[in-house]
Ligand binder design. Structure first.
Ligand code: ACO
Length: 428
C-alpha cells in the first residue's frame, strides 16, 4: 500500500499522506486539501467516512464485532471488572492499583453532595418532564454552582472536575427517578460501592432499610461497563465539539446528554421497549411489524436493530442477551416482552432485508428488558445509558483538551440562492 493518496481535479494532481492507526486502520490526511486546491473541500453527510480525531481510548472494528477500551476487550471487562475501575481506565489510560481506586472512589464520595438549591430547580420541573431533559438541564445548572472553568493545564484541577461530576451525576440521575416515583430525595450512603450506591439512591424507601440484590448489582455493573464508551458516536462527538470551543466540562456533558436523548441514539432503549410493548398489545404478531419495518412507505423502523458501525454483530448485544436471560431467570421473572424480542430477533436474522443490510440487534435491543426487570421506569432507560457513558465522555473531553485540538468547525457546500436584490414588502 502506497503511503500517499493521489487526487486529480481537472488537470491538477495532489498527494496526501496516508496515516495508520495502531490497529492498521488507514486514513487519508486531508488537512491541507482546501489550501492546496484553492478551496475544494470534501463532503460527507453523517460523517460516514470522516475521522474527526486521533484517539487512544476505544478501538472498535464494526466488521469483526470487536470493542476494546484502552486495549482491553469488552468481554473481559464486562465479565471481570468493576464499573469504577473501567471509568478510571477510560479516563486515565491504565487500570488503577487498589490504592488509586480507593482514592478515586473516596474523592468521588467527597464530591457527591449537590448544592441544595439544585433541588429547587428540580422542584420547578413538572412531574411529566422527561428525565433526560431534567438530567441535561441540571448538569448544565451545575456550571452555575461551580462557575470557575477548569484550567486543563493543571492535572489537579482536571482531576477535581472529574471527581466532582463522577460524584454528582449519579445523584442527579437518582433524583430524576425519585421525582417520577414521588419519593423524597436522598444521597444514599458513602459506605457503599459506586454501583451499589446508585441503586440505593434510586430505589431506597424512607421507611425501609435498603439491601442490595447482588444479581441486580452485577447486571447493572455490566450494563454500565458496556455503555461506558463507544469512540466517536453522536453524543461523544457532541461533547468533543462543544468542548473544542473551550466550553467547560459540565456544559459539554450537558450537550452530550441532549444528543444521547434522540431515539436514533441512546433514546433507542426506551423506543425498543415501547415498540415491544405495543407489538405485544397488538397480539404479538411480529411478522406484521417485520413487514412494516421493510416497507419504505412506512416510517416504522425496528428499534434496536442496525448500527452505524457494527455491520456484523454488536459484541455488547451478545453479552447483554445472556445477561437478560440470567437476570430474568434469577429474579424469577417471566416477561412476555422477552418472547416478543426473541421472535423478532430470529425473524430478522433470517430475513434477506435485514441480512443484506447487515442489520443486527444492537446494545439497546436487550438493555431495556433488564432495566425493566430491575424496576426502572422506561423513561429512565436513556438516563441509565448516560450514567454509563459518563466516563467515556469525560475521557474523550480530556483527551481533546489535552491534545490541544482546534475548535470543531465543519464547512459546507452552499446550495441556496445566488445574490438577490432586496424587494420592498409592497413589491413582493
Ligand atoms: N429497521 C428497518 N430498516 C432499517 C433499520 C431498522 N432499524 N436500520 C436501518 N435500516 C435500513 C435503512 O432503511 C436503509 O435501507 P435502504 O438502504 O434500503 O435505504 C439501510 O438499512 C441503511 O440504514 P441507514 O439509516 O442508512 O444506516 P445508518 O448507519 O445511517 O443508521 C441507525 C444506523 C441510525 C442505528 C439505524 O440502523 C436505525 O435507525 N436503527 C434503529 C434505531 C436504533 O436502534 N438506534 C440505536 C443505535 S445504537 C446506539 O446508539 C447505542
Amino acid at each position: 500500500m502506497s503511503e500517499t493518496a493521489k487526487l486529480k481535479i481537472g488537470d491538477n494532481s495532489y498527494e496526501f499522506p496516508i496515516i495508520k492507526g495502531s490497529e492498521n486502520e488507514l486514513a487519508i490526511d486531508i488537512k491541507t486539501l482546501r489550501g492546496e486546491t484553492n478551496g475544494v473541500i470534501t463532503i460527507d453527510p453523517g460523517y460516514k467516512n470522516t475521522g474527526a480525531c486521533k484517539s487512544a481510548i476505544t478501538f472498535l472494528n464494526g466488521e469483526k464485532g470487536v470493542l476494546r477500551y484502552r486495549g482491553y476487550s469488552i468481554e473481559d471487562l464486562a465479565e471481570k471488572a468493576d464499573f469504577l475501575e473501567v471509568a478510571y481506565l477510560l479516563i486515565f489510560g491504565e487500570l488503577p492499583t487498589k490504592e488509586k481506586l480507593v482514592k478515586f472512589h473516596s474523592d468521588i464520595k467527597e464530591n457527591a453532595i449537590v448544592d441544595d438549591d439544585v433541588r429547587k430547580i428540580l422542584d420547578a420541573f413538572p412531574k411529566i418532564a422527561h428525565p433526560m431533559g431534567i438530567l441535561s438541564s441540571l448538569t448544565s445548572a451545575l456550571t452555575a454552582f461551580n462557575p470557575s472553568s477548569v484550567n486543563v493545564d493543571s492535572d489537579e484541577e482536571m482531576y477535581r472536575a472529574i471527581v466532582k461530576i463522577m460524584g454528582k451525576l449519579p445523584v442527579l440521575v437518582s433524583w430524576a427517578m425519585r421525582k417520577i416515583n414521588g419519593l423524597p430525595l436522598n444521597y444514599g450512603s458513602n459506605s457503599l460501592g459506586y454501583v451499589e450506591n446508585v441503586m440505593n439512591m434510586m430505589f431506597s424507601k424512607p421507611n425501609e432499610e435498603y439491601t442490595v440484590n447482588p444479581i441486580v448489582k452485577d447486571a447493572l455493573n455490566k450494563l454500565l461497563i458496556l455503555h461506558a464508551d463507544h469512540e466517536q458516536n453522536c453524543s461523544t462527538s457532541t461533547v468533543r465539539i462543544v468542548g473544542s470551543s473551550h466550553a467547560g466540562l459540565f456544559a459539554s456533558l450537558s450537550a452530550g446528554i441532549s444528543a444521547l436523548w434522540g431515539p436514533l441514539h441512546g433514546g433507542a432503549n426506551q423506543a425498543v421497549l415501547e415498540m415491544l410493548e405495543s407489538i405485544k398489545e397488538d397480539g404479538g404478531d411480529t411478522k406484521k411489524y417485520m413487514a412494516k419495518a421493510k416497507d419504505k412507505n412506512d416510517p416504522f423502523r425496528l428499534m434496536g436493530f442496525g448500527h452505524r458501525v457494527y455491520k456484523n454483530f454488536d459484541p455488547r448485544a451478545k453479552i447483554i442477551k445472556v445477561a437478560a436471560d440470567q437476570v430474568l431467570n434469577d429474579l424469577g421473572i417471566d416477561d412476555p416482552i422477552l418472547d416478543v424480542a426473541k421472535s423478532l430477533e430470529q425473524e430478522a436474522l433470517n430475513d434477506p432485508y435485514f441480512v443484506d443490510r447487515k442489520l443486527y440487534p444492537n446494545v439497546d435491543f436487550y438493555s431495556g428488558i433488564i432495566y425493566r426487570a430491575m424496576g426502572i421506569p422506561v423513561e429512565m432507560f436513556t438516563v441509565m445509558f448516560a450514567l454509563g457513558r459518563l466516563p467515556g465522555w469525560i475521557a474523550q473531553w480530556r483527551e481533546m483538551r489535552l491534545g490541544k485540538e482546534p475548535i470543531g468547525r465543519p464547512r459546507q457546500i452552499y446550495t441556496g440562492e445566488s445574490l438577490r436584490k432586496f424587494k420592498a414588502i409592497q413589491k413582493r
